[in-house]
Design a protein around this ligand. Sequence first.
Ligand code: NAG
Ligand code: NAG
Ligand code: NAG
Ligand code: NAG
Length: 462
Amino acid sequence: MMGSRARLVSLLLAFLLARAAEAGGGSGSRYLTKDERWMNQRLDHFSPTDHRRFKQRYFEFLDYHRAPGGPIFLRICGESACGGIPNDYLAVLAKKFGAAVVTPEHRYYGKSSPFKRLTTENLRFLSSKQALFDLAVFRQYYQESLNARYNRTGFDNPWFVIGVSYSGALSAWFRLKFPHLTCGSLASSGVVRAVYNYTAFDKQVGESAGPECKAVLQEITKLVDEQLRTDSRSVKALFSAQALKNDGDFLFFLADAAATTFQYGDPDSVCSPLINAKKSRKNLVEAYAQFVKDYYIKEMEIPPSSYDQEYLKDTTPNDSSSRLWWFQVCSEVAFFQIAPKTDSVRSARIDTRYHLDLCRNVFGEGVYPDVFMTNLYYGGTRIAASKIVLTNGSQDPWRHASKQKSSKGMPSYLMKCSNCGHGTDLRGCPQSPFRIEDENPHLSCTDQGTPQTAHLPQQSMQ
Ligand SMILES: *[C@@H]1O[C@H](CO)[C@@H](O)[C@H](O)[C@H]1NC(C)=O
Ligand SMILES: *[C@@H]1O[C@H](CO)[C@@H](O)[C@H](O)[C@H]1NC(C)=O
Ligand SMILES: *[C@@H]1O[C@H](CO)[C@@H](O)[C@H](O)[C@H]1NC(C)=O
Ligand SMILES: CC(=O)N[C@H]1CO[C@H](CO)[C@@H](O)[C@@H]1O
C-alpha cells in the first residue's frame, strides 16, 4: 500500500531487489517464477445475479513441493502489479517445509483488471472483501487442479497464507473469514486496523529519524512552506516537481520521500546528508532536493507525477496502482497520513481536508472511507481469529496500524533495530547485504553492527 502513500510492497520489493542485485545477490534470480497462468474469476462475489467473470493472473512454483501431500503457501499479492513470485525468505521456508508457492494477482492491479477503463463506476468491485473471496475461489480452484494432476478427488493439502502490508492484512483476514481453507497465516507488517486520521504515521517517522534528523526535517518543512508562499514555482522546480500544481500534492510528495526511507529500513540515506548539510551550514532545502531527486525519483523510480491529482484522475493510466490504491484508501481503509497537531515532521497543510478533497476530486462525490464499517467487519486489533502470526518492524510507520499485542493463538513479534522497516522478516534490510539464505533475514538489520533478535512472542501458538 502506499509508497508510504501509494505502494507499500511494490516499492520495497523493487528496492530490495535492486540492492540484492548490487550486492551480487547470493542466490541468483530475483523471482522464483514469472510464468503467467490464468483463471476465470467471478466479478461480483456478492451478487446472486451477476455472473460476469474476468481473467485473474497467478503464478505457481512447485520445485520444492513435497508432492503430493506437502503444504501450499498462498502468498498474497497486494496493491501493485504482481509480476511473479519473488525470491526472498519465503523461498527458504518453502524449501524447508517442502511447500508449493502460489500467488494470484490482486483484482484490478497489473494484468488482472476486469475493466479497461478505471472509472469510479467500474471500480465498484475493487475492495478487500471481494479480494478475499477471490483468494478463497482461487484456493479451491488450485486445489482441484492439483487433485486432477494427481488423479484424486476431495483431497486437501495444508494451506498457509502469507502477506506483507495490505496483503498482510488480507492474510490475517483470510484466516478470519475462511478458517476452513487455511491452517494458519503470517501477517507481516499487516495493517489489520483501518485508521481514519493516521497521525501515528508521522509521529513514527519522527521517532525513527531520531532527534537530530527530525529537527532538520522539520526545519526543511518550515522553509519549504515559506518558499511555497513566496515563490512556489522555483521551489517546485528545485525538486523537479513543477508539474504538481496543487501545493498539497507537492507537500505530500516531499513528506513521502523521507517517510519511505524509514518505512524501508534505510534511514541513513536521508539523515546522513541532511545532518551533514546542517553541520556545514549548507542550504537545507537544496540538500533535501538533492536527496529527493537522487534517491526517491531516480533510485526508487517514483515520478512526482504519481502524486498529481490530475494524473490520478486518468482512467487509463500507464501505471494504474496509484489510482487503484487511492480508491481503496478513499473507500475502505483511509490511513490518511495527516500531520499531528504538534511536532509534526510533515507540513501541517497535509490534513484531513486535503485527503477528503483528493478523494472527491479524483473519484467524485460520495467516495469516502467508512473506517468504522471496515473495522466492524474485520475487528481491527480485536480480530477474533487464531493461528495468525503478526510481525512488525520497530522503525516502520505502519506498525501502529498492526495488531499491538499478542493474544491467544495470535503471537505478535516486534523486530527492533535502527533499520527494521516494513516486511523486514521476509525481505531483510536494504542497508545490509540482502542474503535470503540467512536463517532469519531480519538479522541482517543491524543496530551499530549488532544483529538484533526478534522479541519472543508473549504467548506461544496454540
Ligand atoms: C486415475 O484413477 C482412475 C480411477 O481410480 C483409474 O482408473 C486410472 O487408471 C487412474 N489414472 C492414473 C493416470 O493413475
Ligand atoms: C479527523 O481529524 C479531523 C480534523 O483534522 C476531525 O475533524 C475529525 O473529527 C477526525 N476524525 C476522526 C474519525 O477522528
Ligand atoms: C505512458 O506511456 C507512453 C508510452 O510508453 C508514454 O509515451 C507516455 O508519456 C506515458 N504517459 C505518462 C503520463 O507517463
Ligand atoms: C509483540 C510486540 O512487540 N508487538 C509490538 C507491535 O508493534 C506495536 C507498535 O504498534 C507495539 O506496541 C507492540 O509492542
